[in-house]
Design a protein around this ligand. Structure first.
Ligand code: 6CS
Ligand code: FE
Length: 295
């Protein structure tokens, strides 16, 4: 197999910034799908788009109950796909929910969800990663600033920025309970982080990321240039965001959980190869190796 060019070097001895070399919206204006043209332009410009009600309140109840069922199931807790909170040992995330749960498997192939992914990526898509984030109250920790693509390129071997995530709120996202923050426009700059990827990095990084963390100087520069947008919304609302947005979320010290389901769609034209900057692949429940398109 011919070596794939590394367009986005990262995890070397020093931090490096390169301009994005990929389109943001890969679909053409006549690619069919539920996103209006104006919203696609907004996605191109900002790197994200919000949908006030992707799923209806009665549907949210179904997914909330399924999330609670998974979190309360001792076999799920014992499964390596469950990540616990560092302090409370409560479940923080469950990966591969689209395989574990029939209910979430149906949601991932719902046209309102996969249809938007195909429209943005301009091709058939497969699930690179799925997870539920419970983010219970009373101190659940957030995720420090990072670009998902930096990890998915360095550790999972995604060659190009042809990947989109959707975070669907299953509880209300207030401005106080650790909501998603994105720097609008930051998706157009790739920040290669300093520091080699330790072996089995994922065992720590999914609780508290270390490798792939931008410097204070780089974050100051990006935030100064782009600002920071906090996403709030009712249960059932959703945020679609490009794989290379600089984003993060704060701790949740309120009594109100900020639970969401998170799907990552990758174009079948951008299937994972070998990691670009890691000694070994991550497990396939984190970075899929089954590229079967969602039908
Ligand atoms: O490493 C990953 O793939 C995961 N980490 C974070 C903080 N966001 C993206 C992704 O779920
Ligand atoms: Fe992330």
């Amino acid at each position: 197999m011919t070596a794939v060019t590394d367009l986005y070097p990262s995890r070397g001895s020093s931090e490096v910034t390169v301009p994005r070399q990929d389109p943001v919206v890969w679909g053409s204006p006549d690619t069919p799908g539920p996103i209006p043209a104006a919203d696609l332009q907004g996605f191109e410009r900002d790197g994200f788009l919000s949908v006030d009600q992707l799923i209806a309140p009665d549907e949210v109840e179904v997914y909330r109950r399924e999330l609670d069922r998974l979190v309360d199931d001792p076999t799920i807790r014992a499964d390596e796909r469950s990540i616990v909170e560092p302090k409370s040992k409560e479940i923080r995330s469950v990966f591969e929910v689209h395989k574990i749960s029939e209910v979430f498997a149906n949601l991932v192939r719902d046209e309102r969800v996969v249809g938007r992914a195909r429209q943005i990526l301009g091709s058939d898509v497969y699930v690179h990663q799925s997870r539920i984030n419970v983010k219970p109250g009373f101190g659940a920790s957030g995720f420090y600033w990072h670009s998902d693509f930096e990890t998915w390129h360095a550790e999972d071997g995604l060659p190009n920025m042809r990947t989109v995530s959707v975070s669907i709120a299953l509880t209300e996202n207030y401005d106080t309970n650790g909501g998603l923050m994105i720097m609008p426009g930051s998706h157009k700059t790739f920040l290669g982080c300093a520091g080699a990827t330790p072996k089995d990095n994922y065992k720590k990084s999914l609780q508290m990321q270390d490798a792939g963390t931008p410097s204070d100087e780089a974050l100051t520069e990006l935030a100064g240039q782009h600002g920071i947008r906090l996403f709030t919304g009712k249960a059932g609302s959703a945020t679609w965001f490009d794989c290379n947005c600089m984003h993060g979320s704060g701790d949740n010290i309120t009594p109100f959980p900020r639970s969401n389901v998170f799907f990552v769609f990758n174009s079948v034209e951008n299937a994972a190869v070998e990691p670009f900057a890691a000694p070994i692949r991550r497990p396939d429940f984190i970075g899929a190796r089954d590229f079967t398109p969602i039908r």
